[in-house]
Write a protein that binds this ligand. Structure first.
Ligand code: NAD
Length: 487
């Protein structure tokens, strides 16, 4: 809600005000980007080691104030404090990894000489864009922005961050604590507002945008960025699948399926929304899931749904699944009791129902019986989304993981890939493109720059009008010698 030039965020459990921040207009966004441009030059002048020290100091601040940050996230998003603590843990991992590895991954290096240009030496380095705009969602208001912010800052960029309108206070806290560590220049700023402020950021003169949010908004962000050919990373929605193979540890698979689907009340981009279990373990798996999910309590392990309008979508999906022949083995049509949704497990849900095709973003899970792992892979891949996924099994588990059409897969676990700073994170299809985290995530925030340096006179000059026809023939001879033999 916007009131008197302020964005007011609301605690989803109580409806009480959680905090307020000033709203930015287009002019304010452009001014923030201008300030960031100056700040970026100073930040770059610190060099790899100067930036690393400061980023690691911010990392340590997050560790020291982890409880405060998790409580703030609970106040704004409803996320249980312990889940918030785990979220900060993942954020710290990415910050630490990016800070310690940026120089190795992006720093200047000499390239091996190529025979045809032996008189030249090549240099490769990755230079920062300048100012990066980061647009974030509310469901993981700490780790989702810190992933791209870590990569962008470690690469030498300044960042202007537009947090979700549902979690602006957490976003401002991140910018404020960074400024405690780096008070000299506004290297990380937050600008607040609704979608129009995100749109203004895309058009503000930033040189790269990292967007995390829904697929529909991702398309609008791309369109806005296209106006000035601003490159983008799109981290969008998902409909992740978990496969339970015949030789899986069924109890472990059930435990992971329940956590993967119900953590953060199911409001997780890489949350498990569909399970495909092979018939030999199906009954045992369903019983174990129902038993474990049935113990979760709303208001305790299952927090409130952060966005009130999501409650209607969750209800619609459950009702559509039931109307099309699905059965609720836990929860069901009455599961939605605003602001909570109790755990719901559905079976026999047809593939064309919205619960199977669209992002539900609630604590619901469908379980489908399949003949074998091949059918599981084929059904799991039958989705416009392709973000993460999970496989439980032994003999073929990694082979199955490779065949899933997604950016990440956890074998005998769920969501684990988000906790490793050295692994890339991102999707395919409607889940987006580009990567945050790891080496790919660092390169996402830098431009590859190639430099060649002549170190001797050219014996066979090719790139000059002064070459002679005889020299061209000699080049052809050398080419035949080097590359003319059939492999
Ligand atoms: P959203 O798309 O509604 O909003 C995301 C951000 O975009 C917000 O800050 C919003 O203000 C801004 N925005 C809205 N309209 C805009 C516009 N026209 N131009 C620029 N910015 C605009 O998403 P949400 O509801 O905040 O987040 C939930 C969604 O995010 C889910 O679909 C979830 O799967 C996805 N998500 C993806 C990842 C990932 O890494 N792939 C991580 C977390 C969440």
């Amino acid at each position: 809600m916007i009131e008197d030039g302020h964005l007011i965020s609301t605690n989803p459990a109580s409806g009480a005000e959680a905090g307020r921040v000033p709203v930015a207009d287009e002019k304010a966004v452009i001014a923030a980007v201008e300030r960031a441009r100056e700040a970026a030059l100073w930040w770059q002048s610190l060099g790899w080691d100067g930036r690393k020290t400061r980023l690691l100091r911010w990392r340590t601040l997050l560790v020291e104030r982890i409880q405060e940050l998790a409580e703030l996230a609970e106040l704004e998003s409803g996320k249980p404090v312990n889940d918030g603590i785990i979220e900060v843990t993942a954020a710290v991992e990415h910050l630490d990894w990016a800070a310690k590895n940026a120089k190795r991954v992006l720093g200047p290096r000499r390239m091996r000489t190529r025979l045809l240009l032996a008189e030249h030496v090549g240099h490769l380095e990755y230079q920062p864009y300048g100012v990066v705009g980061v647009i974030g969602p509310w469901n993981y208001p700490i780790v989702t922005p810190i992933g791209p912010i870590s990569g962008a800052l470690a690469a030498g960029n300044a960042v202007v961050f537009k947090p979700s309108e549902y979690t602006p206070v957490v976003g401002q806290w991140l910018a404020d604590t960074f400024a405690e560590i780096v008070p000299e220049h506004p290297v990380l700023q937050a600008v607040h507002g609704l979608g129009d402020v995100g749109g203004a950021l895309c058009r503000s003169g930033v040189q790269k945008v990292s967007f995390t949010g829904s697929t529909a908004t991702g398309k609008k962000v791309m369109a806005a960025c296209a106006e000035n050919l601003v490159p983008v990373v799109i981290e969008a929605g998902g409909k992740d699948a978990l496969i339970v193979d015949a030789d899986a540890d069924v109890a472990a698979a059930a435990e992971a399926a329940v956590w993967g689907s119900m953590t953060n009340a199911g409001q997780t981009c890489i949350g498990i929304e569909r399970v495909y279990a092979v018939e030999s373990v199906y009954d045992k798996f369903v019983d174990a899931v129902v038993e474990k999910a049935g113990k979760l309590r709303t208001g305790q392990e299952i927090g409130p749904i952060t966005m009130p309008k999501q409650l209607d979508i969750i209800r619609d999906h459950i009702e559509d699944a039931l109307a099309k022949g699905g059965r609720a083995v836990l929860g069901g049509a009455d599961a939605v009791q605003a602001p909570y949704v109790s755990p719901t497990v559905l079976v026999d849900v047809p593939a064309h129902s919205s619960e199977m095709r669209e992002e539900t973003f609630g604590p619901t899970l469908t379980i489908t019986k399949v003949r074998d792992a091949d059918e599981a892979v084929q059904k799991a891949n039958d989705s416009p989304y392709g973000l993460g996924g999970s496989v439980f099994g032994k003999k073929d588990a990694i082979r199955i993981a490779r065949r899933l059409r997604s950016g990440m897969v956890a074998v005998n676990g769920t969501l684990t890939f988000v906790g490793m700073g050295n692994l890339p994170f991102g999707g395919v299809g409607e889940s987006g493109f580009g990567r945050i985290h790891g080496e790919d995530g660092l390169r996402e925030f830098a431009r590859a720059k190639a430099i060649t340096v002549r170190r001797a006179r050219s014996l066979l000059p090719a790139m000059t009008f002064e070459r002679t026809p005889a020299q061209v023939q000699q080049i052809v001879k050398a080419l035949r010698l080097l590359y003319g033999r059939k492999p």
